[in-house]
Every structure is written in C-alpha cells, then in structure tokens.
Design a binder for this molecule. Structure first.
Ligand code: PHB
Length: 364
C-alpha cells in the first residue's frame, strides 16, 4: 500500500514524495513583458521540497494571455527570467515542470495583440469576466472563431513554447487542458460547435489537445510531458453533453502515448480555488476515470491531509496536488508527514502585489 510520503516514478523522473505543488496563478511577473523575476525564483525555491512543482499557468503567446501580469514563455526575456527560477529550484533540490497555457475565449481584447478580440473554437461567449490589462474587472467578449489554418499556427506556438521551456531549464511540461481554457474549449461541445475536423465528433474535438501533446512529446519525450484535465468542471462556464465518453477517449489516447502523468481536477472544486469549501454532490473523477488510464494519475481539488492520504493509499490516485495549502505552507510535504499545524492562507494576496502573501510564509 503506497503512501503520500513515498517516492514515485513519474515518466523519466523519480519524485521523493507524492505531494505535488499545483499550478497557481499569482500575477506577479515583471511589467512590461510578463517576465519572471528573482522574487518568483525565491517563491518557487522555497517550495522545492514538493515531489514536483508545476509552474503557474504560462501563456505560450500574447494571444494566449487572459489576465494581467501572468508570465509568458515566448520572448527571450521570459526564457531568461525562467532560467533563474529553474536554477533556484534545482539548487534547492527540487523539480519543476512548466505549465503551457492558452486561454482562448477567457481573455479580453486589452490583452490581445492590437486589441483584437480573443479567439476560440466557436464564437460563443463565456459567462463571467476577467481583469483587463489595467486590472479593471471586465466581462468576457464574444470571441472570434479560429480559421482552420490558424489552429495550425497555435500548435506551432505550443511547439516553440515547449522548446523555450527546455532552453529555460525546466524538467518537463504540463499541457493545460483543463478549466475552460483553449484546449478544454475545443474538447467540450458547450464551447465547440465547429464543422471542420476540430469539431463535431469526440475524435475531432480531442484533435487539438492531442496535436499539442504530440508536439510537446516531440520536444521533450513522452516521459517529460504531463496533461491536466478537468472532467465535469464548470469553472469558466464549461459543459459537455457526454463527459464520460469524451474523457474516456482522451485518457485512452494519452495512455497509448505513455506520457509522464495525467493530472485530474476534481469537479467538487470547480471554482479553481476561488472559493473555500467543496461542492458535495460532484462525481469523484479520480475514481471514475482510474480504470480508463493505465499511467500515473495526479488528483487535485481541495484536498486536506486525511483525504489526500486516503486517495493514495486506496490507489485511486498516485499523487495529490495541493494549491492553496502550498501558498501558505512552503514546507507542506514535511508538515503533512508530521501532521504539523498548517498556516492559513490569505486570499487577499493571492493575485498581484509583491512579497506579502508570496514569499513571507514561514517554514516550520
Ligand atoms: C486563474 O488565473 O484564475 C486560473 C488560471 C488557471 C487555471 C484556473 C484559474 O487553471
């Protein structure tokens, strides 16, 4: 019976424990240019005892950005900034994957090249809104549906971003296919009404995700590529008419590629951490999809110590990703192992700002 505190082989890596740092948007990159800083390096290095750190979601292009001050991985300055981060994590004994992100319709024209409309599989607006480039709360706009030829350009942007991540010294990449961003928008029929070979059937809707995974594998090898998915997630106004068959197909295809891991977000925390407390009647996706995927499964979503230990011991997941608890407990693996007290996080300092609520949480 494995435990949360045992090592785990994940693709080409051996993790010292199964306490994973989840990808966390913190909106603290240097402006202009969305460039990672020394402060960001300090923050990640403080958390190097995680079995694996998955970086905050990082846009692969300016078109892929949807919030202010989120970092990118498309300019030389961004790659240099990330080098300082990966060096600091490695010097502290850690491992870090970069999360590759394109937000699709979850953007605002103020973030887009030349103030254009955000792009998406179909011209279907998501309910809700985001922060503009000047940090004003704005409603989502009706996006422009991508031409088929433009989809190939986006795959090329992912490939270049994957190469940049390698130059920046990461240990691998996680393809963000979750939470209603571009790849998830293509997967689910609530946001994808296309009539070309990227829409319609499950195979067609999964095509873009799998093309992106394949270019990431071409750069990194399958053993250094992970994929994050959120079946049944409702965050960012997502829905699908047949999630079981959709995600079973995706997991079968990912299984055949022998990637490092699949990272599933439990729909009980569909607010993507923007609220405390879990939805009680949501399906348990780690349990539901465990049989569909033969490889390493990381489960995320509002875990506490006891249910994280249980999900690993019962074999429904191989590892557990923690977000909010890793914000306020840089030495989270040690604290969980010792059953030590956990520091409460301050939601008011999650996004933007500097050291406060970022690098000033104490270790034991
Ligand atoms: C966010 O910035 O709020 C955010 C980013 C990526 C996610 C979820 C939420 O997957």
């Amino acid at each position: 019976m494995p435990t949360l505190f045992e090592s785990l082989r994940v693709g080409d890596l051996t993790l010292p424990n199964r306490v994973i740092m989840a990808p966390l948007t913190r909106m603290r990159s240097k402006q202009p240019g969305n460039i990672p800083t020394e402060l960001n390096a300090t923050y990640y290095a403080q958390r190097a005892s995680a079995g694996l750190i998955i970086s905050e979601a990082t846009q692969i292009s300016q078109q892929g950005q949807g919030y202010p001050a989120t970092p990118g991985i498309y300019s030389p300055d961004q790659v240099e900034g990330w080098k300082a981060v990966t060096n600091a994590v490695h010097n502290a004994g850690g491992r870090i994957f970069l999360q590759l992100w394109h937000v699709g319709r979850i953007s605002h024209s103020s973030h887009q090249p030349n103030g254009q409309l955000p792009v998406a599989p179909s011209a279907i607006k998501a309910a809700g809104g985001t922060f503009s480039a000047t940090w004003k709360q704005v409603a989502f706009e009706t996006p422009r549906a991508l031409e088929t030829t433009e989809v190939a350009d986006i795959v090329r942007d992912y490939a270049q971003a994957a190469r940049n991540a390698k130059d920046a010294g990461f240990d691998g990449v996680e393809v963000h296919g979750a939470n209603g961003y571009l790849l998830d928008q293509f997967l689910q029929d609530g946001s994808n009404q296309r009539s070309d070979h990227y829409g319609g059937s499950i195979e067609n809707r999964a095509r873009l995700l799998l093309e992106v995974v394949d270019v990431a594998i071409a750069v990194w090898g399958a053993g250094r590529v992970g994929v994050r998915l959120s079946p049944y997630g409702t965050f960012n106004d997502m829905r699908d008419s047949d999630p079981v068959n959709l995600f079973t197909y995706v997991l079968k295809e990912l299984g055949a590629r022998k990637i490092a891991y699949v990272h599933l977000i439990e729909p009980r925390s569909s607010s993507a951490g923007s609220q405390d407390g879990n939805i009680q009647d949501a399906p348990d996706t780690a349990q539901l999809f465990r049989q569909s995927y033969p490889g390493v499964l990381i489960s995320a979503g509002g875990y506490q110590r006891s249910d994280a230990m249980k999900v690993v011991e019962e074999g429904c997941a191989d590892a557990v990703a923690f977000g909010r608890l890793f914000i306020s407990n840089p030495d989270l693996p040690k604290r969980l192992e010792k059953n030590a007290e956990l520091t409460k996080y301050d939601r008011g300092t999650f996004y933007g700002g500097a050291e406060k609520g970022y690098t000033d949480y104490p270790c034991l």
